[in-house]
Write a new protein. Structure first.
Length: 123
């Protein structure tokens, strides 16, 4: 496996490289999330305790997706290159996406209703 290190770049290029990667090793929440969305073989190495501080978002996400075995407090002795079953993760991501969209719709509708009230009150 050829090793590449990617430096900061434009978001679209970063996503493209993540999408095209064979395997992702990261300590980034966003790379963790997109590794799941793109169905990439991956593991996450965090600095410090797996479920504390800045690591809590990755811990919570992977726990919810049923992929907590991909999170390490130190680099693993052996890299697991087996395919990852994303079936459960896909279901959870779809549910989280729907929950987020519902939240956005409800709050945007409420904000719009408030705006209409203010406009009518000023008229």
């Amino acid at each position: 496996m050829k090793r590449k290190v990617f430096l900061p770049q434009s978001p679209d290029r970063w996503l493209q490289q993540l999408r095209d990667a064979e395997y992702v090793v990261t300590n980034s929440f966003h790379a963790t999330a997109f590794s799941n969305i793109f169905h990439k073989k991956f593991f996450v190495v965090v600095n410090g305790e797996r479920d504390k501080g800045i690591n809590i978002r990755m811990y919570n996400l992977l726990n919810k997706l049923g992929l907590l075995d991909r999170l390490f407090a130190a680099p693993p002795e052996k890299i697991d290159t087996a395919e990852i079953d994303f079936t459960q993760a896909d279901k959870e991501i779809a549910a989280m996406r729907e929950e987020s969209l519902t939240f956005l719709r409800e709050n945007l509708e409420a904000a719009y209703a408030e705006k209409i009230k203010l406009v009518n009150k000023e008229s």
